[in-house]
Design a protein around this ligand. Structure first.
Ligand code: HEM
Ligand SMILES: *[C@@H]1O[C@H](CO)[C@@H](O)[C@H](O)[C@H]1NC(C)=O
Ligand SMILES: *[C@@H]1O[C@H](CO)[C@@H](O)[C@H](O)[C@H]1NC(C)=O
Length: 499
């Protein structure tokens, strides 16, 4: 049926009508925060306030920090942005953040992480919601009891031999050691043992597969992949409808082949391990419903969550210790004192006594919170205590960690590396959230810290380290990565300590 007698005119009218409807819809949507009396940044269609990142990509912590600083400048405890068309609340007040993460967690149990049923590996602890998350979290948590952590430390000690043997070849104090690679290989060794129970000897023959399992998640940022991320980030519903996945194909393929094979091999040969895989196998035997897809996806998030974060943390710890020799000496003295007390053995208890090392770790994670943002989604209408804002059910929240950690209000001279900020083992400082907080915090925070600590102990115990002339004085952030990572390889010089 025609409105006018001319088809061309009709088509023009139809298109204009649609365009006008979209225009007003977008305009209405982009005034959501204004209508609620919340300060907002000016959005542009179609990405809202999400930066256009093609083809280069943008480090996620960098742009969320801009949000943080914009609202902070206004003195606002929170502000509104739009990711695509979705209104998202950015929190800039440490007390409000804590109330949401901890006290009133029940109104914010979910995280708005993209997952797609078309890509089972994306359905994991990080992205699961509601009851499903709760059940999975309980399974995961049982892996990180103190008893389990104690046995993981033995794994780390086993892997240490390869690390030291490798470094010895460079230990004349002159050769450059590519430190990212070294910490990466070591953490990959330890992680492989914890996950699958075998020693991969990455230093001898780089186990490309395991490495890529964790690494590719963060590093393979091709333009096509960028486009996918942009879509899953800004228009998740559309992305889901189109069946777009946000995990690299090579990562997915590895998991889908490797893990089922490993499970089958164990069951067939009746082999037991003290590892993640065993935990999953046992849970299944005990009647817990657990599909192979879930085994793969949970192992995936274990590798993805653990490899890059722990490797980067220990890498920057070593970098800062090479730069600040007085801190290095202090760490070494602490190591020797404790080593004597424990007769040369590194155990869980001995590790816990390294209080100064802990301060160094805290300070590194303050300046470089490798997981740069916390995400939540409001699952029940929520009235922020003492304020007149009601957050509507379904609204995503963003807590920019780099913003908090480098805010001079919380940390004077924020870019200065100063472990004494954490004197008295005080890591409960306001605005300090490197592992998140509340019931949905990092499930493996203790393991992450232990892995980072152990790497540093193994190095500082045996070598005097210093910056290579090739190493930049300040670390430049890499722009195309999810987590904080650095533009250039960091080179250090190692000198063996004879003892
Ligand atoms: C230094 C190392 C690490 C850092 C800085 C770190 C940081 C974080 C942060 C900030 C979160 C979000 C917490 C929140 O939303 O409140 C998180 C969640 C998570 N991390 Fe870590 N992490 C580290 C190591 C690890 C390791 C070694 C693993 C795995 C073995 C791991 C697995 C996870 C998982 C599965 C989650 C999601 C938990 C949930 O939603 O229930 N992380 N991590
Ligand atoms: C290492 O990590 C653990 C995490 O449980 C922490 O409590 C400990 O103090 C850390 N520091 C050292 C030096 O081991
Ligand atoms: C959190 O959600 C519950 C409903 O489950 C509601 O009764 C409560 O008022 C909410 N909390 C706040 C502070 O709004």
């Amino acid at each position: 049926m025609l409105v006018t007698s001319n088809i061309t005119t009709d088509v023009i009218i139809a298109i204009s009508t649609i365009a006008i409807i979209i225009y007003f819809y977008v305009k209405h949507q982009y005034s959501y925060w204004k209508r609620l009396g919340v300060p907002q940044l000016k959005p542009t269609f179609p990405l809202g306030n999400y930066p256009f990142t093609l083809p280069k990509g943008l480090q996620i912590g960098a742009y969320t920090r801009r949000y943080y600083e914009a609202f902070k400048k206004l003195g606002a405890p929170y502000g509104g942005v739009y990711i695509g068309l979705t209104p998202t609340l950015v929190i800039t007040d440490a007390d409000v953040a804590k109330t949401i993460l901890v006290n009133d967690f029940n109104n914010f149990t979910d995280r708005n992480m993209y997952s797609s049923k078309h890509q089972p590996v994306s359905v994991n602890l990080l992205s699961q919601t509601g009851k499903e998350w709760k059940a999975a979290r309980a399974k995961f948590t049982s892996l990180f009891t103190t008893a389990k952590l104690r046995s993981f430390i033995n794994f780390a000690a086993t892997c240490k031999q390869d690390l030291v043997a490798y470094l010895d070849e460079f230990a004349d104090g002159k050769k450059d050691v590519a430190i990212r690679r070294v910490t990466g290989l070591y953490v990959a060794d330890v992680t492989t043992m914890i996950l699958f129970g075998f020693h991969a000897h990455n230093f001898k023959s780089e186990n490309k597969e395991i490495n890529s399992f964790g690494r590719a998640v963060f590093e393979s940022f091709t333009p096509l992949y960028q486009l996918k991320l942009l879509l899953t980030h800004c228009y998740p519903k559309l992305a889901r409808f189109l069946g777009v996945g946000n995990v690299n194909k090579e990562v997915e393929d590895f998991g889908n082949v490797y893990i089922p094979n490993a499970v089958e091999y164990r069951i067939k040969n009746n082999i037991r391990g003290i590892d993640f895989l065993q935990l999953l196998i046992d849970a299944k035997k005990a009647g817990v419903e657990l599909t192979m897809d879930e085994m793969v996806s949970q192992s995936f998030i274990f590798a993805a969550g653990g490899l890059e974060t722990s490797a980067s943390t220990s890498m920057v710890m070593l970098y800062e210790l090479a730069k600040h020799k007085e801190c290095q000496t202090k760490v070494r003295e602490e190591i020797y004192r404790i080593r004597e007390k424990y007769e040369g053995k590194t155990t869980y208890d001995s590790l816990m006594e390294h209080t100064y090392l802990q301060q160094v770790l805290n300070e590194v994670l303050r300046i470089y919170p490798f997981v740069t943002n916390l995400y939540r989604i409001c699952v029940q209408d929520y009235n922020i205590p003492g304020r007149d804002l009601v957050i509507e059910k379904g609204t995503p929240l963003l807590i920019p960690l780099v913003g908090f950690h480098r805010d001079p209000d919380y940390f004077p001279e924020p870019l200065k590396f100063d472990p004494s900020r954490f004197d008295d083992k005080n890591d409960k400082q306001k605005g300090y959230l490197p592992f998140g907080a509340g019931p949905r915090n990092c499930v493996a925070a203790r393991l992450g810290m232990i892995q980072s600590n152990l790497t540093v102990v193994a190095v500082i115990e045996n070598y005097e380290i210093s910056l290579s002339p090739k190493t930049p004085d300040t670390l430049e952030m890499c722009e195309n990565s999810f987590t904080l990572s650095f533009k250039n390889e960091i080179f250090l010089n190692f000198k063996k300590i004879q003892n």
